[in-house]
Ligand binder design. Structure first.
Ligand SMILES: [Zn+2]
Length: 481
């Protein structure tokens, strides 16, 4: 496998140590900056000092004496990918129910195993999900944490962020069913302090399916704490009515990000557009789990004038990488555009590879509230960077670099990942991970929550899963589309 090289192996350890903050230069790469003013730089250098991008140019001559040189010839350097929403606590349930629809997903998770999660199960679920995300080139993940049943559960999640070294946006929500400590939203102030103590973590309020207070009141609490708001917009007519009302009452704004936004009315979209609400698509979960009509609103989101972010959502059924999201979104928009042309309707512009790469980076950063810190390669931004081999068997001899990233490569071609200037993946492997230990702990946790819920693992997933039991979840499911 080709890829970046570092002359002295001791420098790899220096770059992997966040305390050291060693300056380094990525040299001779095709740099896709995602910055409108810089564009693409062939044979370019990226200099990083103190965790931030200090220079981006065709050839940086004046380097700090102690800068480590990373030879990135034949590589493509991009900003790290941003996952606009994922439920990381479910990491130990990955690919357990690959053919599930929404009802089965809810029955296994929120109605089934969720209440049996202990803090250590939250920790290991997050470790698995976030380590996998890092390996796949996600340097930022918005963790929509809707199973923090107690303060201790939330603490365990923050421990997992710290131990993984990824940039995490903790979108805090109450659990969707059954008993819990009822510490939320009162605990948000404490969580904000926890986030402030970790340089890579920020906090948002998530307003998910279950509402413990009226939504206007929750939004007021978030704003009084200075928190952005991430809302789940996937209840079909229910979401549409609510968003229209919130918009007309002046509660929506650019600090609100809506996930899914599936099956909304035009009146809701008018309010979204007017208020500058951000959108995060969940293309594969809408389509595969059959959420609220099953068609992600790619075109309607584009019609607001801002590109939406992309998101993985649930790994219990879906792929966990950005390539799948970029490709699925590209294909979906193009398919629907051709369908509308064939039907003699308006012909929307075809989405391009560059568009979906922007969605997976800069648009995602904007949607999780980090546009000024990450999402592009520009001086002053924090150094969340991917070094992708462009001469492996997936992409040799090398064509269009944007298309190579979107369609040609996979996670194995991502040879190096930097988060805030710290090396987290090198030579194709996430650093500092004891894989057999992680696997053993994930298996133990998974077996605990499944057996506590009374499920058995059969050849095709959990068996013995009853229909939805919780009255509120049943009502939600009945009303969602
Ligand atoms: Zn979700």
């Amino acid at each position: 496998m080709t890829g970046p090289t570092i002359g002295d192996p001791a420098d790899i350890i220096r770059l992997a140590s966040p305390d050291e903050g060693a300056p380094f230069v990525l040299r001779g790469a095709t740099v896709l900056t995602l910055d409108p003013g810089l564009g693409r730089i062939d044979g370019g250098d990226v200099l990083v000092r103190n965790g931030r991008i200090a220079a981006v140019a065709e050839r940086i001559g004046d380097l700090p004496a102690d800068a480590v040189t990373v030879d990135a010839t034949d590589c493509i350097v991009t900003p790290g990918f941003v996952d606009g929403h994922r439920h990381c606590w479910q990491g130990s349930l990955r690919r357990l129910a690959v053919d599930a629809d929404l009802a089965e997903y809810l029955a296994i998770t929120h109605d089934g195993v969720a209440r049996h999660y202990r803090p250590e199960d939250m920790y290991i679920g997050n470790r698995v999900a976030l380590t996998g995300a890092l390996d796949a080139g996600f340097t930022t993940v918005l963790d929509l944490s809707h199973n923090t049943r107690s303060k201790a559960h939330a603490d365990a999640v923050f421990d997992a962020y710290r131990d993984t070294g990824i940039r995490a946006v903790h979108a805090s929500a109450p659990p969707n069913a059954y008993e819990w400590e009822e510490h939320w939203p009162d605990d948000l102030g404490r969580l904000r302090d926890l986030a402030d103590a970790q340089p890579l973590v920020t906090l948002r309020m998530a307003i998910d399916m279950r509402r413990v207070r009226p939504v206007e009141e929750l939004m007021g609490i978030a704003r009084s704490l200075g928190l952005g708001i991430t809302m789940d917009g996937v209840m079909g007519p229910g979401s549409a009515e609510e968003l229209t009302r919130l918009g007309r009452q002046g509660f929506l704004g650019p600090d609100v990000t809506l996930i899914h936004a599936t099956s909304l009315s035009e009146s809701a979209w008018v309010e979204i557009e007017r208020a500058g609400v951000q959108i995060v698509l969940a293309t594969t979960s809408d389509e595969q789990l059959s959420l609220a009509g099953g068609v992600p609103p790619v075109q309607r989101a584009l019609d607001t004038g801002h590109k939406p972010g992309l998101s993985v959502d649930v790994e219990i059924s879906l792929a966990g990488d950005a390539f799948t999201q970029m490709r699925a979104t590209l294909l979906t928009q193009r398919m629907l555009a051709v369908m509308s042309r064939t039907a003699g309707e308006r012909q929307p512009e075809m989405l391009t590879n560059a568009d979906v790469l922007e969605m997976a980076t800069m648009s995602g950063a904007r949607a999780v509230g980090l546009a000024d810190r990450v999402g592009s390669i520009a001086v002053g931004k924090e150094a969340d960077l991917l070094v992708i081999s462009a001469q492996g068997i997936n992409s040799l001899p090398g064509g269009n670099p944007v298309g190579t990233v979107v369609q040609g490569v996979d996670r194995s071609d991502i040879r190096a990942v930097f988060v805030g200037g710290t090396l987290r993946k090198w030579d194709g492997a996430v650093l500092g991970v004891d894989l057999p230990d992680l696997r053993a702990r994930a298996e133990t946790s998974r077996d605990h929550v499944l057996s506590a819920a009374g499920f058995r693992i059969g050849p095709n997933g959990p068996e013995g899963v009853p229909e939805l039991q919780d009255a509120w979840l049943r009502e939600y499911f009945a009303s969602h589309d």
